[in-house]
Design a protein around this ligand. Structure first.
Ligand code: FAD
Length: 513
């Protein structure tokens, strides 16, 4: 007998497995499609962009994007215990108060405010700077704010260059405000990637009431008279039925809505087109898909060798409000980050940017923190093996296109500033032929790549058309919760991983009370 069946041992699933099985009377089973990952390169922070496409990546691809000059983007998603924390870039940015104000506005529920989530951010971490009012020193996840000893000299000069332009340097971007120039907090320990499974799931696998099934793919949920009673899974080529009192979806922003659709829950037209019988009409399933993009990139040839990163290439972020470079409080509009290396989208293969060797250049990445474009995803057939149709509808709104242009302008502002003159030889991208507004828009459409933060496909909300309630119950079905990045109604300004962990911690706390 299973009390709680968790679908997916990714970032959120690992947290849930730990916290929900802490009560030895609750029998918890976690089903994870992937196998345990043993690739030593997965551990090496600087290799993170290179490990995509391996056996532990779902390797999704978007539909051709009209807003991106018709390009399709590769979407990595981790597969195996640890989920996307197996392949992510390890930046740990909680987001700012203004981000969570929007969650409260969507849900009408104060549990999603910054103040209410703060104890869960604290509970999840052991911070290199020690415990204080906003940090913890006893949580599972090591969070390191790099010091001068490991931080790239290029990045240190980049941050100083912003300060010379009037942007405040902030010593801790995880305290509720994040406007300013900062080094990134990273989930690296002893020079190695730490996955969420390493610290939440693996240490408690000895609990007799916790079972982890790997290589076990959930095909569909079993639903009887509006009650979810378990799941149909496939393991070692054989189908199995698991019955459970409660099912929690933690298969991520892509996995969850696809699983619901295969189970007959979603937009009836989508389901019928894919050959699936309708069990429950729920039109919000797979909608509200949104993501951060980064322009890759504003690239420079260096006048002296750029030392290799001792961290994970993307060591810093500067969040800015267009209200003024000196703003220190409130929502961010745009972000500019400094990459210790060459980062250009596939559009620039064969261009001058491609001629540079490692150590000969550096890149400023730029993006929009709160995009308003919304897309959707759907199944194309009834089986797990049927390719999903993923359409994030990038840069659909004038707001996003305008903000992106502002982000590029700000990258070039700092990139051309005196503060970086000791590194800069010449700007390579955008090249000198890009001059008009139209040229710049075209450059952005060809440069933008995913920042890997898709969220919102099963948004929580107070409105009846939100698929998930503020308490993270799935609307219209009993015995089903959703707890992962898919419930995020509007994206946080920065990378979303810390927020996903806080969602899982908060949910586990209320579930076990
Ligand atoms: P996941 O961690 O993706 O977990 C879902 C799990 O469910 C997976 O293990 C999957 O295999 C499993 N699953 C799916 N379908 C099924 C099924 N049918 N049956 C069984 N199991 C299933 N965020 C940051 O904050 N900082 C970063 O630097 C950063 N960089 C990123 C870089 C990359 C390349 C990627 C991919 C993501 C990055 N992110 C980053 C985002 C962050 O990692 C994710 O938002 C977060 O891990 C999502 O957690 P989740 O629990 O929602 O889903």
């Amino acid at each position: 007998h299973i009390d709680v069946l968790i679908v997916g041992a990714g970032s959120a699933g690992s947290v849930l497995a730990n916290r929900l099985s802490a009560d030895s009377s609750r029998r918890v089973t976690v089903v994870e499609a992937g196998e345990r990952v043993t690739d030593p390169e997965m551990r090496r922070p600087e290799l993170w962009p290179r490990i995509h496409g391996r056996s532990y990546d779902w390797s999704y691809r978007t539909t051709p994007q009209p807003g991106l000059a018709g390009r399709s983007l590769d979407w990595a998603r981790g597969r195996g215990p640890g989920g996307s924390s197996l392949v992510h870039a390890m930046a740990h940015m909680r987001g700012c108060r203004a981000d969570f104000d929007r969650w409260v506005a969507a849900t009408g529920d104060e549990r999603w405010s910054w103040d209410s989530l703060l104890p869960f951010f604290i509970r999840s971490e052991t911070f290199s700077g020690g415990a204080d009012a906003v940090h913890g020193d006893a949580g599972p996840l090591p969070v390191m704010l790099p010091g001068d000893d490991v931080s790239s000299p290029l990045v240190q000069d980049y941050l100083a260059a912003w300060q010379a332009l009037g942007v405040p340097g902030i010593s801790d971007h995880n305290g509720g405000e994040m406007l300013g120039a900062t080094r990134n907090s990273l989930t690296i320990r002893g020079g190695e990637r730490v996955t969420v499974s390493d610290v939440y799931l693996d240490p408690v696998l000895g609990r007799p009431n916790l079972t982890l099934l790997t290589g076990a793919t959930v095909h569909r949920l079993l639903i009887v008279d509006g009650q979810v009673i378990g799941a149909q899974i496939e393991r070692d080529g054989a189908e199995e039925t698991l019955l459970a009192d409660e099912v929690i979806l933690a298969a991520g922003s892509i996995g969850d809505p696809l699983l619901l659709m295969r189970s007959g829950v979603g937009d009836p037209e989508v389901l019928r087109a894919a050959g699936v019988d309708v069990v429950l009409e729920s039109r919000g399933v797979g909608r509200n898909l949104h993501d951060h993009l980064l322009g890759a990139g504003n690239l420079y040839r260096a006048r002296r060798p750029v030392p290799a990163t001792k961290l994970q290439l993307s060591e810093s972020m500067t969040y800015l409000s267009l209200a003024g470079l000196g703003e220190t409080r409130g929502a961010a509009d745009i972000v500019v980050g400094c990459v210790v290396g060459l980062s250009a989208s596939e559009s620039f293969v064969g261009s001058a940017a491609d001629q540079l060797d490692v150590g000969e250049g550096y890149t400023l990445l730029f993006g929009v923190t709160n995009p308003s474009s919304r897309g959707s995803l759907r199944i194309s057939g009834p089986h797990v093996s049927d390719e999903p149709v993923i359409d994030p509808n990038y840069l659909d709104t004038e707001h996003d296109r305008e903000m992106f242009r502002a982000a590029l302008e700000h990258a070039r502002l700092v990139g051309s500033s005196d503060g970086l003159s000791m590194w800069r030889d010449e700007e390579i991208l955008p090249n000198s032929s890009v001059t008009t507004d139209e040229d710049l828009a075209d450059f952005i459409a060809r440069a933008a790549i995913t920042h890997h933060h898709p969220v919102g496909t099963l948004s929580m909300g107070a409105a009846e058309d939100a698929p998930v309630t503020p308490e993270l119950r799935f609307r219209g079905l009993r015995g089903l919760h959703v707890v992962d990045a898919s419930v995020i109604p509007s994206i946080t300004a920065g990378p979303v991983h810390a927020a996903v962990l806080a969602i899982a911690e908060s949910f586990a706390d209320s579930f076990t009370r």
